[in-house]
Design a protein around this ligand. Structure first.
Ligand code: ZN
Length: 140
């Protein structure tokens, strides 16, 4: 277990029609934040999520070709090979009242988004390939 202090928190309205993962990353990058946590609520025009098949060690993509409310989107920011990496999961509420959710991947289009970000200070969190899971996890 690692211990971190909260450097600061911030709010940002995410741009209409922007790509969600990119907009989150840019919100952190613009302030020079290299690690942190966030939550987003709002709505998307359409989304792309994925499910990690633990047996096959591969992500299975899923397109949601309709508008959805972002009921919950949360994740963290750390480094992978020197680059800022946003890891996010999302639950969308659809027009019929059902929900879909998963690991957020590129190509999710924002209708409106409100981000609450938390910048952390302490030893830099870095990801690396993990043999056991096949995922790029935080290094311990
Ligand atoms: Zn994930």
């Amino acid at each position: 277990m690692w211990s971190y202090e909260v450097k600061h928190t911030f709010l940002k309205r995410l741009p209409h029609d922007a790509e969600l993962l990119t907009a989150i990353r840019e919100a952190f990058e613009a302030q020079g934040i290299r690690m942190g946590f966030f939550q987003v609520i709002g709505a998307v025009k359409q989304a792309r999520i994925a499910f990690y098949d633990q047996k096959d060690r591969a992500y299975r993509g899923l397109n949601i070709e309709e508008a959805g409310e972002i009921l919950s989107c949360m994740g963290n920011v750390s480094e992978l090979e020197g680059e800022l990496l946003v890891h996010a999961h999302i639950i969308l509420g659809l027009a019929d009242g059902t929900t879909r959710g998963g690991h957020l991947v590129q190509d999710t289009r924002i209708f409106a988004g409100e981000l609450f970000g938390m910048a952390l200070k302490g030893e830099q969190l870095r990801r690396a390939y993990d043999e056991v899971t096949g995922l790029k996890l935080w290094q311990m």
